[in-house]
Design a protein around this ligand. Structure first.
Ligand code: CA
Length: 231
């Protein structure tokens, strides 16, 4: 899975330059020109990391950072702030608010990429999920990419396993079809036939999960949720 980076910046030239270079590095890049749009995109698209300029129109970067860190769903997403030399105090406030790192403008793309990789590496180490999760009679071994019910292995295809993992890791949040298509299949835009891809895989996954299938609930016209607790 390619990591998704959200760049929040109102200067199109910087966005273009960063976007071009990060894509070349193999990242997926989305952008937002202001704070409100940034918060919307975070909610909809769950980026893996956010590059946040502090000088933004309307809501400034610090407010955006505060909002991100206050919200349980986005608090864990690493943030790298872009600051100007004159914003020394803002930088400190940002770090206190929970930003992971900062980079001072003007910056070199190489430095930015190095920071991004370092922050992502740290985030991965921090959040390493337990390798084995048991939910009801279902056991998922993420390191071995294996699932079983009771002591019987469940034969899942790679996509089914990714789908199940994504749903479990969402901890009860509803994942939209678009999100799943984007993150598991790498489709940018959901057209009818692609949306069905998710539904078809959910169907086969449910069949294979047998008694535990009821944990996957359908949110009509939107997506799916995995219930960890006994309903
Ligand atoms: Ca700016």
């Amino acid at each position: 899975m390619q990591e998704k980076i959200l760049i929040v910046e109102d200067e199109p030239d910087i966005v273009k330059m960063v976007e071009y270079n990060l894509k070349k590095e193999g990242f997926r890049v989305i952008s937002a020109p202001d704070g409100n749009e940034a918060l919307r995109r975070v909610e909809r698209e769950r980026p893996d990391i956010i590059i946040l300029d502090l000088m933004l129109p309307e809501i400034d970067g610090l407010e955006v950072c505060r909002a991100l860190k206050k919200n349980q769903d986005s608090a864990d997403i690493p943030v790298i702030m872009l600051t100007a030399k004159s914003q020394e105090t803002d930088k400190i406030v940002g770090l206190e608010l929970g930003a992971d790192d900062y980079i001072t403008k003007p910056f070199s793309v190489r430095e930015l990429i190095a920071r991004i990789k370092a922050v992502l590496r740290r985030a991965r180490e921090k959040e390493k999920p337990p390798e084995i999760i048991k939910i009801g009679s279902l056991t998922i071994d993420f390191s071995k990419i294996k699932a079983s019910i009771g002591n019987k292995p469940v034969e899942l295809t790679a996509k089914e396993f990714e789908l199940l993992s994504a749903l479990i890791k969402a901890k009860g949040r509803v994942l939209s079809r678009d999100y799943l298509l984007d993150n598991i299949w790498g489709f940018d835009k959901a057209v009818e036939i692609q949306s069905r891809t998710v539904d078809v895989h959910i169907q086969t996954l449910r069949k294979k999960l047998k008694a535990e299938a009821k944990r996957i609930t359908t949110v009509k016209n939107y997506g799916y949720r995995f219930e960890r607790e006994e309903g």
